[in-house]
Design a protein around this ligand. Structure first.
Ligand code: C2O
Ligand code: CU
Length: 481
């Protein structure tokens, strides 16, 4: 199989039970820096605009409601400063590694050239401490994304930031554009993410470390393995809520990003309905709901017409009896307290069948050239997970040839839901559904996705639960010659 040299196995954080030895790449694999990749990049539509991005990864201190928390940060802030690009941009992004460990940046959801994807041991070597790496790529699609380290548990510390790609052709009929980056947080407060991973590996428990509180979630009774000390909106805990300001009647665009490691969020804005306009950056036929569940790695754009007053924006940690909390302030009034649970949380809930592609984003129906069945499973008694065959790096790759249509059945043979993310592509949910790059597969369920193989290279596909990925729940969409 491809790619995962020892470094890759190590940085994806494989379980101790695994040897970490990977087979050598097949000679027919399209290498990340192959001519096919360069050709695909040449063919990407570009605007001629050049944009510079600077990312300095380093140790730093986050301020969580007055409490100094030592962690890893981009540019010294939690989360890192939002990166704003325009579709068609030629991006020049410089990553400076001031950490004492290797790192990379992965541009989650962007369909860019493979050698800029930031997966250590698969698409590039990790950037050594003290070193600098320049990412150069054309960014194809507008939408809401995020970026994060793809090394070890670094994204579970502070190495994450929102990434928004504006559409130069979009009218922009919103008064205010707000990014809502959700996260779960333990670093510097409870056990570190690495300690949690060790605990999970040693725990020999089936399922969460504590019983789920909410047994009625549509996403199943076991939501996550970890209870966190805090849940954050844009780096703010409930005691120091992030506050958005707007005028009554304003049309707001809320870009909700779930950057968490082990938490699904149920999002609602007190006193408002939410019109979902985009899923994972891609337009859908607008659908109005009261609340939505957002899995790890998923993004949704919501349009809201602001009322007059002070409103709670709540992202309830599904099944965990805790929440991230922020405020929307458009007028006078007392702010609701962090414990507020707007009734919208139990109102009309968005479901995947609600995501209908627009005419422009519909993937044309086509018979698949290749079908594969991926079995999402755990290997008890250890905390070892697989997405395709054996745990990474011994997973069975999914072969692809440029131009093919792939139909992948994600078969969840476990008791937990898994947000499965495919790098460098979007896929359509089966049955003419919406375009996404991350899809939550429910316990015992099968989710079929249709992938148009149009971006050659070696692409990681994995569970976006940070602990599951570190436990081997990954494979590779491997383009062949
Ligand atoms: Cu956010 Cu490998 O992904
Ligand atoms: Cu998982």
């Amino acid at each position: 199989m491809l790619g995962a040299a020892a470094a890759g196995a190590l940085t994806l954080g494989l379980g101790a039970g695994d040897t970490g030895q990977a087979e050598t790449p097949a000679p027919t694999d399209v290498p990340p820096d192959g001519p096919e990749v360069a050709r695909a990049e040449r063919d990407r539509p570009r605007s001629g605009r050049h944009t510079r991005v600077d990312l300095v990864a380093g140790a730093g201190t986050a301020d969580l409601a007055g409490r100094p928390v030592p962690t890893l940060l981009y540019g010294g802030t939690l989360p890192g400063a939002e990166v704003r690009l325009r579709a068609g941009d030629q991006v020049h992004a410089r990553l400076v590694n001031h950490l004492t460990e290797p790192t990379t940046v992965h541009w989650h959801g962007l369909r860019i050239r493979n050698d800029m994807d930031g997966v250590p041991g698969l698409t590039m070597p990790a950037v050594a401490p003290g070193a600098t790496f320049d990412y150069h790529f054309v960014v194809p699609d507008p939408g809401t994304y995020f970026l994060h380290s793809h090394v070890g548990m670094q994204r579970e510390r502070g190495l994450t930031a929102a990434l928004v790609v504006d559409d130069p052709h979009e009218a922009g009929d919103h008064d205010t554009d707000l990014t809502v980056l959700l996260d779960d947080w333990t670093d510097g407060l409870g056990p570190s993410p690495d300690q949690l991973m060790d605990r999970l590996r040693g725990g020999r428990t089936d399922g969460p470390t504590e019983p789920a509180v909410d047994q009625t979630s549509p996403w199943g009774p076991m939501l996550g393995d970890v209870r966190y000390p805090l849940y954050l909106v844009n780096g703010h805990p409930p005691a120091d809520p992030w506050t958005a300001r707007a005028r009554p009647g304003d049309r707001l665009r809320l870009r909700v990003i779930n950057a968490a490691g082990d938490t699904s969020f149920r999002v609602a804005l007190g006193g408002h309905r939410l019109t979902v306009t985009h899923a994972d950056g891609w337009p859908v036929v607008p659908v109005t709901v009261d609340t939505l569940l957002v899995g790890m790695g998923e993004r949704y754009d919501l349009t809201v017409t602001a009322g007059d007053g002070v409103f709670p924006l709540v992202a309830s940690a599904e099944g965990k009896a805790a929440a991230a909390f922020a405020l929307l302030r458009t007028g006078a009034g007392r702010a609701p307290g962090p414990g507020t649970r707007p009734r919208e949380l139990s109102g009309r809930l968005l479901g995947y069948p609600d995501l209908r592609p627009t005419a422009a984003t519909r993937l044309p129906t086509r018979a698949p050239d290749h079908t594969a069945r991926l079995l999402l499973r755990r290997f008890p008694p250890g905390f070892v997970w697989a997405l395709s065959g054996r745990p990474w790096p011994h997973a069975t790759p999914v072969p692809a040839h440029t131009g093919q249509r792939l139909r992948l059945a994600l078969v969840n043979a476990s008791a937990m839901s898994h947000p499965i993310h495919l790098h460098g592509h979007t896929f359509a949910l089966a049955g003419g559904g919406g375009r996404k790059d991350t899809v939550v597969v429910l316990p015992g369920a099968t989710q079929v996705i249709e992938v148009q193989a149009d971006n050659p290279g070696q692409w990681l596909m994995h569970c976006h639960n940070a602990y599951h990925m570190a436990a081997g729940m990954a494979t590779v969409l491997s383009y062949r010659r």
